[in-house]
Write a protein of this length. Sequence first.
Length: 370
Amino acid sequence: MLKHKDHFHGSDLEKIEQTYNIKKEDIISFSANVNPLGISTELRSSLSAQLDAITSYPDREYKALRACIASYADTQAENIIVGNGSTELISLFIQTYHPKKAMILGPTYSEYEREITLGGGTTLYYPLREESAFEMNVDDFCSQLHDGLDLLVLCNPNNPTSTAINASQMRRILDTCLQFGIFVMVDETYVEFTNAAEHITSVPLTYYYTNLIILRGTSKFFAAPGLRLGYAVTGNQDLIKQINTRQNPWSINSLAEIAGRLMFQDQNYQQKTQQLIHSERSRLFKLLSGWDTVKVYKPMGNFILVRILKEGTDADTLFEHCIRKGLMIRNCSTFPFLDNSFVRFCIMMPEQNDRLMEAFAEILKESISG
């Protein structure tokens, strides 16, 4: 098991507050990867009127919620499992499938390895290469799959590289996995932020592959990490039955169930989010691509990975400079295969992004004009 260093997570604002004596309310978190629009106005205005829902249990099968999710994700309600955040669903799937040896695409989120290890399994990583801009070579990747593996874990788009595998590439991977009896878990937490989610999402593939489960949540795109609402999509009905048997009843509370139905139907909010992220992602990528002191990798998600090239400057230096201005970025040296020259930041509102670029420019001696 790879050792992961201690680090400031995007949710660790209390630690930042104590360490740097900055009020957490004054910190702009470019580390949490959460939609800068906040929760939708539809949710804000409607949920408070339904507080009485907590006086009764929600529908144990969450039929209305699963129907809304099915319409949103373009799948069938019977293919959906809902849970207390995608974290619960990762844990439930690992406990149910009980993999002995898993391959994980790296660098990536550490929770996958943690859950597999807690379940008694072992993991190995397939590293994305910096020299290939962290883009996967699918032929090489498939050549590394074998019958000694029983699980493959992919984050798509991947965190922290912000690179993605398209549906055609995923088909090739799934076909290879079928040959070797490997189940595939795909975390699509960030897929809604991409320019063409319909060409990246693996949800349509669940109609053809029974060795596939897809995880999504509401924490990032819908700016609701405290709601703890996630869902999984799979065409494997036996797996769904096994997970439902293991899952505690009413793991989603009544208000979260109502909030989910409101969010998944709020198309105006979804469109505003995509327009904002697409516009700012393009603008920031173009700006940083013109700097000689950094290398920026083409992003697909709502966050951007940057390698610092300026001699004498590293991720610690940049983090310290930014946090003292109330701007929290992510030092990526805590991810497998990345070192202290990598930082990640998510896309916020334009004026907030401008403040971050100004802070970067001060340390990296670059210009943000033109």
